[in-house]
Design a protein around this ligand. Structure first.
Ligand SMILES: C[S@@+](CC[C@H](N)C(=O)[O-])C[C@H]1O[C@@H](n2cnc3c(N)ncnc32)[C@H](O)[C@@H]1O
Length: 219
């Protein structure tokens, strides 16, 4: 088996073994190698030739054969039923999904791991007609979110978009660690914000209130 980090392994282990997968932004191709070795159908794609060349080299080194496609976002989608997009900013992920809504909606399952703007990603996918089937926090150097969206409608409260409905229900050790870090960085930002930045101060205070209430912490 190939040695991959916790984040990529978590993503790979969330893939249904019968699915046909497209990984948008495959870069090094390590997730592809992990899944190809498990006999799961996966195609890697990237909008730059360099990463694809690198992935091809890694395929060779690990003695796996698989397809790699060059192109922007979902332009490379053929008839795969599952799409993975990981290791990108949330707004970049949303931009990829916004480009061709009909194509975007043809996918049954999205496994997304945005680096930021996670609440926006949850809201965007729910508005498109997907629900959150699974979600996990995973720790490597940082703590990452991995979310599985499937076709269907579900209602979520405001708080669930922010914290994640499943993460909120489970509230494990990593949940507290992740949102405590969010609270700590928000308190630092508040300290650094000039007094006349009224709107930004209002937003950061709102965030601090939400986080401290959930973590049951006095600030
Ligand atoms: C930071 S790497 C993440 C690699 C891998 N998915 C992971 O999670 O480790 C981001 C990759 O996405 C690619 N990328 C960025 N925007 C893209 C787009 N619109 N379409 C396809 N690939 C894109 C970049 O070229 C880069 O190889």
């Amino acid at each position: 088996m190939i040695n991959i980090n916790n984040r990529l392994k978590t993503i790979g282990d969330l893939v249904d073994s019968h699915s046909f997968v497209l990984d948008v932004g495959c870069d090094h191709g390590l997730l592809e190698i992990y899944l190809l070795k498990k006999k799961i159908n996966i195609v890697g794609s990237d909008n730059k030739q360099g990463p694809l060349d690198n992935a091809r080299k890694n395929y060779k080194k690990n003695k796996v054969k698989g397809e790699l496609r060059l192109g922007d976002g979902l332009d490379t989608l053929k008839d795969e039923d599952t799409v993975i997009i990981s290791g990108m900013g949330g707004l970049n992920i949303i931009n990829i999904l916004r480009k061709d809504i009909r194509k975007t909606k043809s996918v049954n399952t999205y496994i997304l791991s945005p680096n930021n703007y996670i609440e926006y990603v949850r809201k965007y996918l729910v508005r498109l007609g997907y629900y959150i089937d699974n979600e996990k926090l995973v720790k490597d150097k940082y703590i990452y979110n991995v979310i599985v969206f499937k076709k269907g409608r579900k209602y979520y409260k405001k708080k669930e978009y922010y914290f994640g409905p499943i993460l909120l229900k489970n509230k494990d050790k990593l949940f507290y660690e992740y949102y405590q870090r969010e609270l700590d960085s928000s308190l630092i930002i508040k300290k650094l914000l000039p007094k006349n930045q009224y709107f930004r101060r209002y937003l950061i205070n709102k965030k601090i209130k939400k986080l401290s209430k959930e973590l049951k912490k006095e600030v």
